[in-house]
Ligand binder design. Structure first.
Ligand code: FES
Length: 182
């Protein structure tokens, strides 16, 4: 898991507007059961925080303030400790993700074969959407080694793995995802 510094900042007006209007998704019964399971499995409540956050993100896509409140009030996971975990690990998303989430490896092997240039190209596409006042269909963030260095540069789009991603083939990959439902 990586630290907060890996995150790609994005402060667009479109994103801020989206955050204020989109309600946080509710906990499902299955998610509640999973979290209760963590609470019985670990010796201290605090130890259940990381797996609980993982479970929320897997199920709901992101972790909202409302979710932190539920963890505190209904499951007894102290909100201060939950927030500490959230700010320490960049793997947790605290904003509703866009339709497609791109996680691009920015570790050394991928960078040596052009990862940063491809990431810049993706950011350029995102900027174009924003300049037109349109919500971009994808977000991009740098992540640590995806353990497929033979296929560098590598990225995940949602849960799909793409290898040997270059400035030449990235546009057609993005087009494909932009035309898919979220
Ligand atoms: S360095 Fe990018 S996949 Fe390993």
């Amino acid at each position: 898991m990586s630290h907060a510094h890996d995150k790609t900042p994005n402060n667009s007006a479109a994103e801020s507007a989206r955050e204020t209007v989109e309600p946080a998704p509710a906990f499902t019964p299955a998610l509640r059961k999973q979290i209760e399971g963590f609470l019985t499995r670990y010796e201290t409540k605090r130890s259940a925080i990381l797996p609980a956050l993982h479970a929320i993100q897997d199920e709901l896509g992101w972790i909202a303030n409302e979710h932190i409140e539920i963890l505190d009030k209904e499951f007894g996971l102290h909100r201060v400790q939950v927030r500490e975990a959230l700010t320490f690990y960049s793997a947790y998303r605290q904003k509703k993700p866009r339709k497609h989430t791109i996680q691009f490896c920015n570790n050394i092997v991928c960078c040596m074969v052009g990862a940063n240039e491809v990431i810049d190209q993706i950011k350029g596409h995102i900027k174009k959407y924003e300049n037109q006042g349109v919500e971009p269909p994808f977000s991009v963030e740098g992540v640590p080694c995806l353990c497929v260095c033979d296929g560098a540069p590598a990225m995940l789009v949602n849960k799909d793995r793409h290898l040997k991603v270059t400035k030449e083939n990235i546009d057609s990959i993005l087009e494909k995802y932009a035309s898919l439902p979220g």
